[in-house]
Write a protein that binds this ligand. Structure first.
Ligand SMILES: Cc1ncc(COP(=O)(O)O)c(C=O)c1O
Length: 350
């Protein structure tokens, strides 16, 4: 759900993309993003596009054709990063796990030491499975071989600890529509000084003009035209981030965690189980297993018709096996958890 304050912010008059007021909003977003990402990085911008535009920006800027790109994947979005890197001409090497299976930290370190890649990428919050991937060991090993690290934080920012500096993430990207409680349309990103240095010594230009970070720097920090960014979406994200700052990261994480845990408790009381082992679960996206003999599509249809409630099903190897139920951002409330548990219980009886 979009936060009511965000809707209100979006009704402000639209200014031009070179208007001093627009750059004031950009500056506020830059500073608020530093807080939300828990980073001292100064290069914090919002890419015009959805989460995938952030993914494409991170990969296209960090890697050059022919270079080695090490990918950790245990779900759909990890695989998508690999496909983008392949299209950028990278040599992609993978440490793949089953969907929803955690990485072994020692194995992760050995993989990086063996492959000695230029860039290492992982998905911190894998929305296809509901798994939180701990990235600290990956980033430490990557830095030991002088690789840049990319983390997909689409489903963690604003709901769970991202901790960019603490984890050693060089480029993190997210989206506007999940933990920040805004509509889709911008991809908030942070880039470390180390990654910026690397960009400045690239041998070839970034293969996307639109997503070239140094060009975007001349726009957002240098105030020179690059593209016509949406003032309305910047109003939205500024408001979403201001709400995060007012609530405070610790309190916000505690709220997400408490609502997630209440959801799990309710699910287990119904006799269902969670796909992801405890300690590896997202607080923003829950994946209960669908009991034997229950038709996933029928349950979702029932929830839509009787409760006007949309939940997602699993896909890929998890099709028909799990539900995917968001408890993120503005939607993460005790009332919503109670409502979905009641609705699910009714749906499973049909
Ligand atoms: C982990 C993850 N990465 C990337 C994306 C892509 O984001 P978008 O659909 O906003 O382009 C998503 C979308 O849900 C996601 O969950």
């Amino acid at each position: 759900m979009v936060a009511p304050r965000v809707y209100q912010a979006m009704s402000q008059p639209v200014v031009g993309h070179l208007d001093p007021y627009f750059f004031q909003v950009v500056e506020e977003v830059r500073s608020l993003l530093g807080y939300a990402y828990s980073t001292a990085n100064q290069f914090n911008i919002a890419i015009s596009g959805t989460g995938t535009s952030g993914m494409e920006t991170a990969v296209a800027n960090a890697i050059e054709p022919g270079e080695k790109f090490a990918l950790f994947t245990n779900g759909f979005f990890g695989d998508r990063i690999g496909e983008i890197a392949r299209r950028q001409g990278a040599e992609v090497v993978r440490l793949s796990k089953g969907w929803g299976e955690p990485y072994d930290q020692q194995e992760a370190r050995e993989f990086i030491r063996r492959e000695r890649p230029r860039v290492v990428a992982f998905v911190q919050a894998e929305t296809s499975t509901g798994m939180y991937n701990q990235g600290k060991a990956i980033c430490e090993a990557a830095h030991q071989v002088d690789a840049l690290t990319i983390a997909d934080c689409v489903t963690s920012l604003g709901g769970m600890p991202v901790m960019v500096d603490e984890n050693g993430i060089d480029i993190a990207y997210s989206c506007s529509q999940k933990g920040l409680g805004c509509p889709p349309g911008l991809s908030p990103m942070t880039v470390s000084p180390r990654a910026l240095e690397r960009l400045k010594v690239r041998k070839s230009p970034v293969h996307s003009f639109y997503l070239d970070l140094l060009q975007l720097e001349t726009f957002y920090m240098g105030h020179k035209y690059h593209h016509t960014a949406s003032a309305t979406m910047f109003y939205a994200v500024r408001e979403g981030l201001a709400i995060v700052a007012e609530e405070g990261l610790e309190a916000r994480w505690a709220r997400h965690r408490a609502n997630h845990e209440a959801f799990v408790k309710g699910i287990e009381a119904m006799g269902l189980s969670m796909l992801v082992p405890e300690g590896h679960r997202l607080w923003t996206l829950n994946t209960p297993r669908i009991p034997e003999g229950v038709d996933d599509a029928k349950v979702r249809q029932f929830l839509l018709e009787k409760y006007s409630m949309e939940i997602a099903g699993g896909f890929g190897p998890l099709a028909g096996k799990v539900f995917r139920i968001g408890t993120m951002g503005y939607s993460s409330t005790a009332e919503n958890v109670a409502l979905i548990l009641e609705a699910l219980q009714a749906a499973l009886k049909v």
